[in-house]
Design a protein around this ligand. Structure first.
Ligand code: IFM
Length: 786
């Protein structure tokens, strides 16, 4: 049913195929075959409609609140890819008739989907049907589709109804007020709609052309309008063997687009512009538009290609699949928006932005495309005021970032979740209130960006302010314990969300401490070396006063230490005293979170069971603060108690296993992480792609096996290949330079692709090297000295 084609020398890991149609698995392919460009995300629903489908089209950042008591979400824009095809009067769909052959492929090289079907209708008539679709990477407003129908046994009456359907909702929530519907010249359709609360105007426009055996047919289609929809129906007679082709190009523009949101839209300006735009696109023709898209992808791959020579060629495909989706999910065009936990591929998590961005997705862009990384860290500056409001509303100072963020930086976590298995009531979602480590994670992202890029201008304008405001939040958040004579952080949720209302979660305490000490270091540095920036921030934030508070308090934060004998760090104050149960059933589960069918969240809080990596994330972020023994001991203590019920878990475990030289374990976990969305579990991603896990695939390969880390401004390479891999080669951006790193079993080679100023110092397997053009080191020697 799912085939990872391209696993031969010829096509080399680029194509994923759906080899048979099964309506039960529509969600799987809608998600993994999703198309987009960071502005638009088009879920890959088939052209013909099915009851279990989820047709989604999202525009990055276009949040709307359906009702006051609901959180804001990305609204589902009008559908322009659905077609109603009638063959001899009967609606074409694959739950009737006989499917003689079926194949749908996503080609990652160009982000195109092709579907070929040989289908016999209930009367015994045979048809060849082909579909091709793209969302342009060349032009972010544009998408295109081609449909080819050839009757193979008898002359056939073909009718194709296609248009713009604005009747779509987000699982019932209608986010739009109906606008105008128009048909221009019996060819071009336009439908406008405005979001109910955020008042964003969406303009959907499309045009189509129809051909018989390549010759354009000038036929008069029948227009029709309905509530929130407009369409055209073509009726044609096709002879045996004669192919009817419909080309459709469509666009979405919104008043949120930078050019409009800055100047505002007046009268029909947006509609007129969109119409002109689409007319031009239609004039160019489908083939040229397709070609432009292909060229755009080609240049992306030329810059970002990663090669993995593995005994399992799935690995190569998996990394490309991850890169493909990382591009789709990231609004590189506009720093007012960031990456949703499901990207733009589904309604899951409502388009909201989590710590996933800083910890799991940002690293990819830092080391592959720093310009895009800058957009992501700017987003947190755009939302800084929202975070200040959240801090104030909760009785704190500084900036308290929301666990779930959308347009403004105010908290958007919904309050009620799935059923509590014991009480039968909905479960209260505490993360928005007490999963507070996000605030330090944001600051960490800012610092990581600065280390990897050296972008001083960003820091001066935005970065320092974020670090100071987040440190101030922590200073106001700490609670003094008379008994311990230390500052504690009580009543939080750490990364392990199966432990609610815990105190002194190690991850949270260490990250808060890191955040405050980083603020101290930055303000001292500014005082000495950049007095202008210091003075600006001093007058805005009263830095001198704050510095004293950070210094006094950070010294006294309680940081849970590794046990002297076992090296175990308590995850929180009570974790190690909780009951241990046999978790085999849940670790062998088919679908994640099966434990919630047996235990409520309250009950889970009393068991040594973790949803996902917690302390281990700390070992990766603050790697020099912990010894190898501590990392290994905690990996082995906590992993058997971890269900990996969050998709963020496996990649962290894999990276850490690499760090402690458990390479085969690391590979096993990489292989599992790479299959979370792309694997054969046909329901794992119905709600959308797991963005953080996708970033995690790149991280396990490049930061895990490639061993790439940055620590306080220096680039480290600690590469180790698992048995299955013979070669790993990847590009790397570092402080304005571009490098190419190639690791084989015998050597590690770093080539400098740019001729920047001066020498570059790298730490390779613990030894300092100066890079001029190229460094080659011996992997065997590195292994021996481990
Ligand atoms: O941010 C994650 C969290 O760590 C686990 N639950 C899902 C969230 C969104 O991916």
């Amino acid at each position: 049913m799912i085939e990872y084609k391209g696993l031969s020398a010829l096509d080399d890991g680029w194509v994923i195929a759906e080899t048979a149609f099964d309506a039960r698995f529509l969600g799987k392919f809608e998600t993994i075959f999703c198309q987009g460009n960071g502005y638009l995300g088009l879920r890959a629903a088939t052209e013909e409609s099915y009851p279990s489908e989820k047709r989604n089209l999202f525009v990055a950042g276009s949040f709307n609140r359906f009702a006051n008591q609901e959180v804001t979400e990305l609204p589902n824009a009008a559908d322009m890819v659905q077609l109603e095809i009638r063959l001899n009067g009967k609606r074409f769909h694959l739950e009737k008739g006989i499917i003689h052959s079926y194949r749908r492929e996503l080609d990652l090289r160009q982000g195109e989907i092709r579907r070929d079907i040989l289908w016999e209708d209930e009367q015994g008539d045979l048809f060849k049907m082909s579909f091709l679709r793209f969302v342009s990477l060349h032009d972010r407003h544009l998408m295109g589709m081609r449909v080819e129908i050839t009757p193979l046994s008898n002359t056939a009456e073909i009718s194709i109804c296609s248009g713009i359907n604005g009747q779509k909702t987000n699982s019932g929530a209608q986010h739009f007020v109906e606008g105008e519907r128009r048909v221009f010249d019996k060819e071009l359709l336009q439908l406008t709609a405005t979001t109910t609360e955020s008042k964003i105007e969406f303009v959907h426009t499309c045009a189509r052309r129809i051909y018989e055996r390549g010759v354009r047919l000038i036929t008069a289609p029948a227009p029709s309008m309905d509530r929130r929809s407009v369409s055209l129906t073509y009726k044609l007679k096709a002879e045996v063997g004669k192919c009817i082709t419909l080309d459709k190009v469509a666009s979405v523009h919104t008043s949120l687009d930078k050019e409009w949101s800055e100047q505002g839209t007046v009268n029909h300006a947006l509609q007129d512009t969109a119409r002109e735009y689409l007319n031009k696109a239609a004039e160019k023709g489908f083939d040229r538009l397709l070609n432009e898209n292909e060229q755009a992808w080609k240049s992306v791959w030329a810059k970002t290609n990663i090669e993995i020579k593995s005994s399992d060629s799935f690995d190569q495909l998996a990394i490309r699949f991850a890169q493909y989706h990382l591009l789709l999910m990231t609004p590189a065009h506009d720093s007012r928006f960031s990456v949703g936990a499901k990207g733009l591929t589904g309604e899951g998590y409502k388009g909201h932005v989590f710590w996933d961005t800083e910890i799991f997705i940002l690293p990819y862009f830092l080391y592959m495309n720093p310009q895009t990384a800058r957009k992501l860290v700017e987003y947190r500056y755009h939302t800084l005021n929202g975070a200040r409001t959240k801090a104030r509303d909760n009785g704190y100072r500084g900036a308290m970032y929301p666990w779930e963020s959308a347009a403004t930086g105010e908290e958007e976590t919904p309050e009620w979740g799935p059923v509590d298995i014991v009480t039968g009531k909905p479960t209260f979602i505490w993360t928005g209130k007490i999963e507070q480590h996000i605030t330090a994670d944001v600051a960490y992202g800012v610092w990581h960006y600065y280390q990897a890029t050296g972008d001083q201008e960003y820091m001066d304008r935005y970065g320092y302010e974020i670090i100071f405001e987040t440190a101030t939040f922590w200073a106001s958040r700490l609670e003094w314990s008379d008994k311990e004579q230390k500052y504690h952080i009580c009543d939080v949720i750490g990364p392990d969300e199966y432990k609610e209302h815990v105190s002194n979660n190690a991850f949270t305490n260490y990250m808060a401490y890191w955040n405050m000490t980083k603020a101290i270091e930055c303000s001292r540095k500014l005082m000495q070396a950049q007095s202008d920036v210091y003075l600006t921030l001093e007058s805005k934030l009263a830095l001198t006063e704050r510095l004293k508070e950070w210094e006094d308090k950070s010294k006294q934060i309680y940081l849970p230490q590794p046990d002297m004998h076992s090296f175990i760090i308590p995850q929180d104050d009570t974790y190690l005293n909780k009951q241990i149960i046999d978790l085999k059933k849940y670790r062998d589960q088919e679908q994640v979170a099966s434990i919630l069918a047996d235990y409520s969240m309250t009950q889970l809080s009393e068991i040594q069971v973790s949803k996902q990596a917690d302390i281990l994330v700390l070992f990766y972020l603050l790697e020099d603060w912990f010894s190898k023994e501590t990392k290994a001991a905690n990996w082995h203590y906590y992993e058997p108690k971890t269900l990996h019920d969050s998709s963020l878990s496996l990649s962290t475990h894999s990276m850490l296993a690499s760090d402690v030289n458990e390479l085969e374990l690391a590979y096993d976990m990489f292989a599992k992480a790479a299959r979370i969305d792309l694997g054969t579990n046909m329901h794992s991603c119905d709600e959308g792609i797991h963005s953080a896990s996708i970033g995690g695939i790149w991280k396990t390969a490049i930061m895990g096996f490639g061993g790439v880390r940055s620590w306080e401004g220096s680039l480290r390479l600690n590469s180790k290949l698992p048995q299955a891999w013979e070669r790993l080669s990847f590009p790397l951006a570092w402080q304005g330079e571009r490098l190419q790193v190639t690791v084989t079993r015998s050597k590690l080679e770093v080539e400098r692709l740019t001729s920047g100023f001066g020498e570059l110092t790298l730490l390779i397997h613990g030894r300092e090297y100066v890079l001029r053009d190229r460094i080659v080191t011996d992997m065997k020697e590195a292994e021996r000295s481990e």
